[in-house]
Design a protein around this ligand. Structure first.
Ligand SMILES: [Zn+2]
Ligand SMILES: [Zn+2]
Length: 149
């Protein structure tokens, strides 16, 4: 089994690689911003420390203010428009990789749902995993992150 995972945008100009065992956690985010940016019911993201992923190619970023007041920067390929990764400016050492951009995402296990309260009936939160009404809060995510790095 290969521990090295790779992924890319649709045109391939932006690509990345990381070791699977460095992934901190995985989440579905149902917030309205993720719905807009994906054009779907939710974004599925993997948390990984910036130092543990190699990204090639230049992303363009769109910044918006999250509900907790953090500045979320969503990165996309300027050529093909695929959303590849995002991060909060306030915790910029953690990147959120969009799971759908992985070449092989069959191994991904989702830990929890964020912003379950914003989910639409046609894209309901997975009830078999933990759900947060909004996000788990910056402090608790930081604690989780420090625990797992
Ligand atoms: Zn591209
Ligand atoms: Zn979201």
């Amino acid at each position: 089994m290969n521990n090295i995972q790779t992924g890319k945008c649709q045109c391939g100009k932006v690509n990345y690689s990381f070791k699977k065992d460095k992934v901190i956690s995985a989440h579905h985010c149902h917030c309205k911003d993720c719905q807009r940016t994906t054009g779907s019911g939710k974004a599925t993201i993997l948390f990984i420390a910036k130092k543990n992923i190699e990204v090639n190619g230049d992303l363009k970023y769109f910044e918006s203010v999250g509900t907790a007041g953090s500045h979320v920067r969503r990165g996309f390929c300027p050529e093909c428009g695929s959303g590849v990764l995002s991060y909060a400016k306030e915790i910029s050492h953690i990147l959120y990789i969009k799971a759908g951009t992985l070449d092989d995402s069959s191994w991904v296990k989702i830990d929890s749902n964020f912003f379950a309260s914003a989910a639409e009936d046609w894209s309901k939160p997975d009830e078999s995993i933990k759900s947060f009404e909004k996000n788990p809060g910056v402090m608790s995510s930081i604690k989780t992150l420090f625990k797992s790095i």
